[in-house]
Structure formats: structure tokens, C-alpha cells
Design a protein around this ligand. Structure first.
Ligand code: GUN
Length: 165
């Protein structure tokens, strides 16, 4: 199946960070703010999961969330995940199914780290899954402001300029 067929068949919709997604699971059980670390501002579902698809030329711009996020590779071409930690250290993971070539089937993006993703060069599309616990809430999601993040990490200006709005 190609990307457009998958978007239609899986009922994916545009994501504010880029690409298309569909929430496939949201636990019915939740946890009150008092039971969560203080960075969470309210009640959250215990867990959520999404499909996430990037077509050629699309990218997930730099953003961060308050939970660790588990990425799973499903189909298509490998995907780069770019991560910048608080000290400005950069790392890149290749999520894919060629394990022998160093691609990872699964990768955990640590909570509060800035990260972005894009299909590896020459890829048509990448389909992944992302799960978080406590469950995803847009209150826990922050899109990087380009000028501000470049000021914080000028050594990564080229990457940040390309993968921020
Ligand atoms: N639900 C809506 N957006 C997201 C996201 O970026 N990550 C996860 N895990 N769930 C979401």
C-alpha cells in the first residue's frame, strides 16, 4: 500500500507537528494530577497509542512532551529521529526494520527532550507507532519556537532551521 492508501485506510488526520496520525488507544482508566509528577497539570489517561505516518518531504518539527514516548516501526522506509538534550547534545536514531544495519525496531524518546523526525533520504513514507504513559495530552506538548531554540543551541542551527516552523 502507498502512503495515501494507508492514510485513508487507517483514518489518519494531519498532526500539528507535521505528518498524519490516528489515536488507536486511550485507556479508559485515568490517574488524578495528585498521583502524577508535578509537571502534569491535571488528570491523565493511563496510556495512549497512535499510528504516525510521514510522507516523503514531510517532517515532525522539533517539539517535546512530558512523558517518555515509545516509538515502534511498522512499515515503509526507515525514519530518522533527531534528539537534542538539555545540554545541547545531539543524537540521531534510525527507526526501521533492518536490525542488522543498525536500525531500531523500537526507541524510547525520553520525556522533556526536544525531538523531530523525518523519513530517511529517498524514502517514500514511514509508518510508526508512538505510545505514552501517562496518556498524551496537548497540555503536555510544546512545539519549539525557531528563534528561541536556535539561540539556545546555535551549534545545531542548520538542523533546527530546517525542522522548525
Ligand atoms: N496523540 C496526539 N498527538 C500525539 C503524539 O504526538 N504522541 C502521542 N504519543 N500521542 C499523540
Amino acid at each position: 500500500m502507498n502512503a495515501l492508501e494507508l492514510i485513508k485506510s487507517l483514518h489518519l488526520i494531519p498532526h500539528p507537528e507535521g505528518g498524519h496520525f490516528k489515536e488507536t488507544y486511550r485507556s479508559h482508566e485515568g490517574v488524578a494530577a495528585e498521583g502524577l509528577p508535578s509537571r502534569f497539570t491535571g488528570k491523565r489517561s493511563l496510556c495512549t497509542a497512535i499510528y504516525y505516518l510521514l510522507q516523503r518531504g514531510e517532517r515532525s518539527i522539533f517539539h517535546r512532551i512530558k512523558s517518555d514516548e515509545c516509538w515502534h516501526f511498522y512499515a515503509g522506509h526507515p525514519l530518522y529521529i533527531h534528539i537534542i538534550d538539555e545540554d545541547g547534545n545531539y543524537s540521531r536514531v534510525v527507526l526501521g526494520n533492518d536490525y542488522a544495519a543498525g536500525q531500531q525496531f523500537q526507541f524510547i524518546v525520553p520525556a522533556n527532550k526536544w525531538f523531530a523526525s523525518e523519513p530517511a533520504p529517498a524514502g517514500d513514507f514511514s509508518l510508526a507507532g508512538c505510545s505514552v504513559s501517562p496518556g498524551f495530552d496537548f497540555d503536555d506538548f510544546e512545539i519549539a519556537r525557531k528563534a528561541e531554540i536556535i539561540r539556545a543551541f546555535p551549534q545545531h542551527e542548520e538542523l533546527l532551521a530546517r525542522l522548525c516552523h
